[in-house]
Design a protein around this ligand. Structure first.
Ligand code: IMP
Length: 198
């Protein structure tokens, strides 16, 4: 089975290939000859994921999925949420975004946060959604060099390492995207093929 993953983020492709472990072939946008930006104009993770998947599925007539992720921080009333990518401004880097979060949480004892991923799957012209959530804490400072985005300041509950101190395999086992992908793969196995994906 071949599925296109509608993302330009190489880290996400690596994470998902590692999570799927050869159960299906994941094609990147580069592999199908797409090099542009995918629009992401909405105010919910669901709508953005659907918009990205639809953009590619329609243009290339392929089965395809896209994800959208937000970091929701309790003491910031759920911010940055769906605006996580551009929290410190439209051209913000991951460093800028993390610095803004750390600044806003300075002196705050409630560090509770969660990552939420929504995957939109376009499969044979039908839409399906899969969600994954991981609860954790925002650290006082950046820790670790692995991963991407907010990984250096997020420590999942039950662990004493940040996501940026974990290998891809460790992160996938517990992460928001790892859980959403597990549900996607399970769905394809159970509901669509009727038997385990070969
Ligand atoms: P998007 O899903 O690519 O739109 O991600 C929104 C924002 O969340 C971006 O700033 C990403 O870098 C960040 N992000 C998405 N997934 C992760 C993750 O697994 N760890 C840390 N940051 C993430």
């Amino acid at each position: 089975m071949k599925l296109v993953f509608a993302t330009n983020n190489k880290n996400k492709i690596k994470e998902i290939q590692s999570a799927i472990l050869g159960k299906m072939e994941i094609l990147s946008l580069a592999e199908i000859g797409f090099s542009g930006e995918i629009p992401e104009d909405y105010d919910t993770l669901e709508e953005n994921a659907l918009q990205k998947a639809t953009h590619i599925a329609t243009r290339f007539n392929v089965n395809c999925f896209a994800d959208d992720t937000g970091l929701e921080i309790e003491a910031l009333q759920g911010r940055p949420g769906v605006y996580s990518a551009r929290y410190a401004g439209s051209q913000a880097s991951a460093e800028n975004n993390m610095e803004k979060v750390l600044r806003e949480l300075k002196g705050e004892s409630n560090r509770k946060a969660l990552f939420r991923t929504v995957i939109s799957l376009k499969y044979n012209q039908q839409d399906y959604f899969f969600e994954g959530i991981v609860q954790g804490q925002i650290l006082e400072s950046k820790t670790g060099d692995e991963g991407f985005g907010y990984d250096p300041i997020f420590q999942p509950d039950g662990f004493c390492q940040s996501f940026a101190e974990m290998s891809i395999a460790q992160k996938n086992k517990i992460s928001h995207r790892g859980l959403a992908v597990k549900r996607l793969v399970q769905f394809l196995e159970d509901e669509i093929t009727g038997s385990p994906v070969q």
